[in-house]
Design a binder for this molecule. Structure first.
Ligand SMILES: Cc1cc2nc3c(=O)[nH]c(=O)nc-3n(C[C@H](O)[C@H](O)[C@H](O)COP(=O)(O)OP(=O)(O)OC[C@H]3O[C@@H](n4cnc5c(N)ncnc54)[C@H](O)[C@@H]3O)c2cc1C
Length: 460
């Protein structure tokens, strides 16, 4: 029976390990750090569930939910509190609500735009014109089939410059830590690209399908996503788990993959590299230089700060209703890209009356913060939240700071074509698979789907 090495114990590697264990395929999972989960990590303090990385997944993609149910976590699944699903955008010194019915930057209710101060009359008119431009937009898609473009270009063609700057830029920065001017439309918003191909107008396409889709936008686990990691790890044989094992080199010899960790070489039939792109690139450089070069992709760093306030401290905290707010990149005086009002987004994350805020820094600010102290980063997050919310927050009872260097790979224009070429190169190697957030999606459901599918195909 095939003996498999998995390098990297984030959700991608763990999903593969889970499926191999389930199918009784022997494997070893090498993880450099002291814990499994990678970017997925939860801390608990006095009834506060403090996510250090992701805080949920997109409900529409079924693979994380399916895994959670298989692991016996069906009763722990929680839905985002969509009754209060308002996201705010900071503009001209104040927070403006994204109008009701928006799917990212595409409205499904044009009337709601008229009551929003977020957009100028000109931007509203650009939105109103888009459905009548369906034929022209569809023709453009047909004429440019197979050609990628930036998200900025794509959104500008549909809705103009103001919409691109005011809503598309902060949304993409808040989710991917990325720049709309360089991110790939076909890799980052494939659903909109295929809507354009089919309908021309995105507004027409979304309006046609919205009524059928009533599920909550996000799903999570009552006690945090760390529960998912813990529940996977208990299914893995103890002897397969190699924590504190940094894989320093790999080679293929005598029909086997050889993996060097902690000064020892071990042989395997199949190798799964589930490390971040920059690590995979280094490991692959001695195997295939073209494949390694294709992995030379930019990755944005992230810093997350969670601030918890007890019920007593929260009495005078004024937070608008909703899930949180976004700040357009390069807003004067702010490096903050997004904040989540955790206690309003997900139930059960705070003790009664408590409040929990999360601040997300990305790009250049997060890069600079990697070498700052926790105390400094927490103070910056606190000050910027006070400033942008226009309120004085007390000192939090608990603070969690996490730095995630180079954690958000940037799918820049041409990403899919480069990944097809990478697949061709990897297919030339016997029994080698790449998993992780650099290739086919950064979200947890995509990584779980790919990890399990890879393991299933190795097993069969
Ligand atoms: C701040 C932030 C918030 C996010 N929020 C969400 C969200 O709400 N919902 C969502 O769906 N997605 C979210 N994402 C994306 C998602 O969390 C990540 O894409 C995903 O967790 C990455 O998983 P991974 O297994 O590919 O990589 P990682 O989690 O990075 O795991 C890779 C592992 O490899 C290990 N490793 C590295 N080098 C070696 C080596 N040489 N040898 C052995 N081990 C090694 C690392 O220690 C790490 O444990 C977020 C990402 C970030 C950064």
């Amino acid at each position: 029976m095939s003996h498999v090495a998995i390098v990297g114990g984030g959700i991608a590697g763990l999903s593969a390990a889970y499926e191999l264990a389930k199918r009784s395929v022997p494997f070893q999972i090498f993880e450099a750090s002291h814990r499994f989960g990678g970017i997925v990590e939860t801390e608990h303090h006095d009834g506060f569930v403090m996510e250090c990385g992701p805080d949920g997944w997109i409900t529409e993609k079924p693979w994380a939910r399916e895994l959670a149910i298989e692991l016996g976590l069906a009763d722990d699944l929680i839905a985002s509190n969509d009754a209060t699903r308002i996201t705010w955008i900071y503009r001209d010194g104040q927070l403006h609500a994204i109008p009701e019915g928006m799917r990212m930057m595409v409205p499904t209710n044009l009337n709601a735009l008229r009551y929003s101060a977020l957009f100028s009359q000109e931007a509203i008119e650009a939105y109103e014109r888009e459905p009548s431009r369906a034929h022209e937009l569809k023709q453009y898609a047909a004429d440019h089939a197979g050609t990628d473009e930036s998200v900025a270009n794509f959104i500008r063609r549909h809705f103009g410059e103001e919409v691109t700057r005011t809503i598309a830029a902060p949304l993409l920065a808040g989710v991917f830590g990325g720049d709309v001017g360089t991110l790939s439309a076909e890799a980052v918003m494939p659903q909109f690209v295929s809507m354009e191909r089919e309908h021309g107008s995105l507004i027409n396409a979304l309006t046609a399908r919205t009524s059928a889709n009533a599920q909550p936008v996000f799903t999570s686990l009552r006690n945090g996503l760390g529960t998912l990691i813990d529940s996977i790890v208990v299914t893995l044989p103890q002897q397969s788990q190699k924590l504190h094992h940094t894989v320093a080199a790999i080679k293929h010899e005598n029909a086997h993959w050889h993996v060097e960790a902690s000064g020892e070489w071990r042989a395997f039939d199949h190798l799964i590299l589930a490390t971040p792109a920059h690590v995979t690139r280094t490991l692959l450089s001695s195997i295939d230089t073209e494949a390694a070069a294709l992995l030379d992709m930019p990755a944005s760093s992230a810093v997350l700060v969670a601030l918890a306030f007890t019920a007593e401290q929260s009495q005078n905290i004024q937070i608008p209703a909703g899930f949180g707010f976004l700040v357009p990149p390069k807003t004067q005086g702010s490096g903050l890209l997004a904040a989540t009002f955790v206690d309003q987004k997900f139930p059960h994350r705070v003790p009664p009356g408590g409040r929990l805020l999360r601040a997300f820094f990305g790009s250049a600010t997060a890069e600079q913060m990697q070498s700052e102290t926790d105390a400094y980063i927490a103070a910056v997050a606190h000050a910027q939240l006070c400033d942008l919310l226009g309120t004085q927050l007390p000192e939090p009872s608990h603070t969690v700071v996490r730095r995630w260097p180079q954690s958000l790979p940037q799918y820049t224009v041409g990403h899919r074509a480069r990944m097809r070429r990478l697949d061709e190169r990897i297919a030339l190697q016997p029994a080698l698979t790449l998993l992780g957030n650099a290739y086919r999606g950064v979200g947890l459901p995509d990584l779980i789907r790919d990890g399990r599918a890879t393991a299933a195909s190795i097993a069969t």
